[in-house]
Design a protein around this ligand. Structure first.
Ligand code: HEC
Ligand code: HEC
Length: 492
């Protein structure tokens, strides 16, 4: 109690005192909870994830399912039956997102987080919300090459989607955010995003929240204290953790394949055309959105299931093999959580300093030249919603992305080894050492004149089209309106 009182006293003191009179006490950052202000334990509704490999998953009807569970009340040790919300994690996402122990998920916190996410109150001029640049109707991105924030300031970089950001090991293109909670604090202080004030951005934002009785009440019931930066970040992250995208045509074909192989007892868990054809048939029966995604007409094209099944399978084979996409785009969300220089920022073989990406963010003493010009591998679900592509937003279509990879990316001195024809480079060096003529078109770098030769994929026109078709089959189903409709809240 005394700790809390004195923190409040410090808080009031700091607000009443001109900033220059005292060392900054940062009262806006965090406060300690007063349990008596919080919703009692027995009435707190926790939110839990249920994934498709858990037995109860199938029985869950919707994304958001209300139920009950037994818990021990930490204050009394007694068993209580509490309400719980079970989230049906979409097919294809086999793991539940990791939830930090200091930020357990409850429905009240989720509601508060959702309100904050869509509320322009976090911006100085009241014109910008998180949703301005991560809008549900634009795939939780903004559809622009680079984002426009406060006072129409044009940002330098493409807005990544919040879809499945819950699974990211790092946030931001250069990985400078370590968690959703960490990331959520950035935009509020960014003068191209939400901040147009003069003093400390979070002090100003927290002051606005503390002047709003509804927010004061909500923060108290969830966190046991007035609005703070720590609590706002936790609430927003809680909402973002539920922005999950799966249920793609490819996920459905995979599920059907597992069912088929189990029934056949063959033990060969390998996709066949018939699995995609079966998934497509089910899609025609249900008039699913995946048909439109891959360019099929639900009314007319039912006869094309085998042809398209075959082509999507061919695209998948390319993604995993010849086109080497899974060298970096792997796992449930199709990212290795790594950073690679694929040359997006390079022009005419040169990489400008402001395109050094991950390298700049590595702490001094940990600089790794393999990460010069490297950016985070984004996931490849939901691509039909999140154009334009790459951190620069320079590719407007998936066809353009595939053409980019087909030519081996953009040559530069630090192009990832995974993007290079290292055998050709070795041969080049040998030929040159022997004094024989070498290909004049090869770019060389540095005092040793190191050749960099991008690995061309040599995809045919048909292969490119099939690969794009596979990417479209990864798109996935729209989210539950409870998550994607800003006005919708549980029980309303
Ligand atoms: C003016 C536009 C704008 C606003 C407002 C904005 N963002 Fe962003 N957001 C971006 C851009 C641009 C990036 C990428 C920046 C970078 O990587 O350097 C980003 C990155 C992110 C990421 C990282 C995703 C990833 O895959 O790395 C998350 C999560 C995110 N924003 C959530 C939020 C939240 C939450 C808010 C509100 C507190 C918010 N954003 C406000 C434009 C915006
Ligand atoms: C060496 C690792 C690597 C390989 C191989 C690779 N990618 Fe990528 N991919 C990345 C990185 C890193 C980015 C982001 C680059 C940037 O913006 O600077 C990216 C971006 C993308 C994007 C843009 C996504 C978005 O939201 O902006 C798509 C689509 C994509 N890759 C598809 C593919 C396909 C298809 C293949 C195979 C032909 C492939 N990638 C091969 C690492 C890789």
């Amino acid at each position: 109690m005394t700790v809390r009182r004195s923190l409040f006293a410090l808080a009031l003191f700091a607000f009443a005192t001109p900033a220059f009179a005292q060392p900054k006490l940062e009262p806006a950052d965090f406060l300690l909870p007063d349990e008596s202000k919080m919703t009692p334990f027995k009435n707190r509704v926790s939110v839990v994830f249920v994934t498709s490999n858990q037995p109860e998953w199938k029985a869950l009807k919707d994304f958001w399912n209300e139920g009950t569970q037994e818990d021990a009340d930490p204050a009394t040790g007694l068993k209580v039956t509490r309400k719980v919300v079970k989230l049906k994690v979409p097919l294809g996402l086999t793991q539940a997102p990791v939830v930090p122990t200091e930020n357990p998920m409850t429905v009240e916190k989720w509601v508060l987080g959702k309100q904050l996410y869509y509320d322009k109150i976090l911006s100085t001029n009241g014109h910008v919300a998180c949703a301005t640049c991560h809008a549900p109707d634009k795939g939780f991105a903004d559809g622009a090459k680079s984002s426009t924030g406060i006072n129409n300031a044009l940002g330098p970089i493409n807005s990544p989607t919040v879809f499945n950001a819950a699974y990211n090991r790092f946030q931001f293109w250069d990985g400078r955010g370590s968690s959703l909670e960490d990331q959520a604090q950035g935009p509020v202080g960014n003068n191209k995003e939400m901040f147009g004030g003069k003093s400390d951005p979070w002090e100003e934002a927290v002051t606005r929240l503390r002047a709003n009785p509804a927010y004061v009440k909500a923060f108290n019931t969830v966190f046991g204290h007035a609005p703070t930066r720590d609590a706002a970040a936790k609430a927003v992250a809680t909402y973002e953790r539920t922005v999950l995208l799966g249920n793609s045509l490819d996920d459905k074909a995979n599920a059907l394949m597992r069912k088929r192989v189990t029934e056949e007892e063959s033990g060969k868990f390998v996709l066949k055309t018939e699995d995609y054809a079966a998934a497509l048939k089910a899609e025609f029966a249900a008039k699913g959105t995946a048909l439109k995604d891959i360019g099929l007409d639900a009314a007319k094209d039912a006869g094309k299931v085998n042809e398209f099944g075959k082509r999507i399978l061919a695209g998948r084979e390319l993604f995993f093999n010849k086109a080497r996409c899974t060298n970096c785009h792997t796992g449930d969300t199709y990212t290795d959580h790594g950073f690679h220089n694929i040359g997006v920022g390079a022009k005419n073989g040169e990489l400008p300093l402001d395109e050094f990406g991950r390298f700049v963010r590595l702490p001094t003493g940990h600089k790794d030249t393999a990460l010069v010009g490297a950016f985070k591998t984004p996931g490849t679900r939901g691509l039909l919603w999140t154009a334009p592509y790459m951190h620069s937003g320079e590719d407007k279509t998936l066809e353009a992305v595939v053409d980019f990879y087909d030519r081996g990316g953009n040559v530069n001195a630090w192009l990832s080894e995974k993007m290079r024809d290292t055998a050709a480079e070795t041969a080049y060096v040998k030929t040159r050492a022997e004094g024989k003529p070498v290909d004049a078109g090869v770019k060389t770098y540095g005092p040793t004149k190191k050749p960099i030769i991008p690995l061309k994929l040599n995809l045919t026109v048909q292969e490119k089209a099939d690969l794009v078709l596979f990417l479209k089959a990864l798109n996935g189903e729209s989210l539950d309106p409870l998550v994607s409709d800003p006005a919708k809240f549980p029980g309303k």
